[in-house]
Design a protein around this ligand. Structure first.
Ligand code: ZN
Length: 297
């Protein structure tokens, strides 16, 4: 349910929940604050993500590290960043600290993520977030921390892992879908939008509002979630070979866990130069991760 709430708040952020900006903002604040997402802070950085998707220099979500930043990370940071399940718990850290090589918090109105005109909106969302956090602390005193951990903490952790799992897979390719990243004049909105892949989540497709249809969402973010399947069907003949058909899933999307483990084991950084680049592998890290996870596969 946390994920379903997130997707509805995401629609509000794109203005596709209602034609009224005020209603989008009102409902978005209630939905996202309830799951500890600062509505305006994340809405604005998510808009930056959409406007720059697939651009190594300006994208905002799951952006590949250039080799010069990757090579400066010490080995324990590398291992932490690429060892499951830690990358799947990245979302709260991203909200507070952004990504390596980039400064800015989603809670701070003076953060480099926002323009001066957006500061007031960020203050409102941070205040709503603080109210929700305070309410959770208060309820922990009333019902006890263990009860609150079971009622809110566990669902929150599952939500964060699912969010990172889904968004990671939308922006990382696999053997059949190698995804380019662009710089400079090779980037444009359409090319960038096509660097995302659709995924089949089996029985979870309906539960999480068909968010696996991610290509159409990036090409037309104003389409609400309940039209994404229909819009994807209509766009496929137009996109032709540029549409990457997702691998079909059984009821449980086990193949996606294999995709995730392989991608984390191999997609580490991109070249510092070149206007069309692909993920490259740090062979030492790959070897380390392979020995660590081979017992599971
Ligand atoms: Zn979006």
């Amino acid at each position: 349910m946390f994920w379903a709430i997130f997707v509805l708040g995401h629609d509000c952020g794109h203005g596709s929940f209602s034609e009224s900006p005020l209603l989008n903002s009102f409902v978005g604040h209630i939905l996202h604050s309830s799951i500890l997402v600062p509505y305006n802070g994340w809405r604005i950085s998510h808009r930056t993500h959409h406007q720059n998707h697939g651009n190594v220099e300006h994208d905002e979500s799951w952006v590949p590290m250039p080799e010069k930043i990757y090579s400066k990370l010490d080995s324990s940071t590398r291992i932490l960043r690429f060892s499951l399940p830690l990358p799947m718990l990245a979302y709260p850290a991203y909200l507070w600290y952004r990504s390596p090589g980039k400064d800015g918090s989603h809670f701070n109105p003076y953060s480099s993520l926002f323009s001066p005109g957006e500061r007031k909106a960020v203050v409102i969302s941070t205040a709503c977030w603080t109210f929700m956090f305070g309410l959770l602390v208060y309820l922990s005193f009333v019902f006890g921390p263990i009860t609150m951990f079971k009622l809110y903490g566990v669902p929150y952790l599952i939500f964060v892992m699912w969010l990172d799992f889904v968004t990671y897979l939308h922006h990382h390719g696999d053997d059949e879908h190698k995804l380019p990243w662009y710089r400079g004049k090779e980037w444009n909105y359409l090319r960038g939008g096509l660097t995302t892949v659709d995924r089949d989540y089996g029985i979870f497709n309906n539960i999480h509002h068909d968010i696996g249809t991610h290509v159409i969402h990036h090409l037309f973010p104003q389409i609400p979630h309940y039209h994404l399947v229909e819009a994807t069907k209509a766009a496929k003949p137009v996109l032709g070979k540029y549409y990457r058909e997702p691998n079909k899933s059984g009821p449980i999307p086990v193949h996606l866990i294999k995709n995730l483990v392989k991608s984390i084991g191999e997609d580490h950084f991109v070249s510092d130069t070149g206007e069309i680049v692909y993920y490259e592998t740090d062979p030492q890290l790959k070897k380390f991760l392979a020995t660590k996870f081979e017992k599971y596969f």
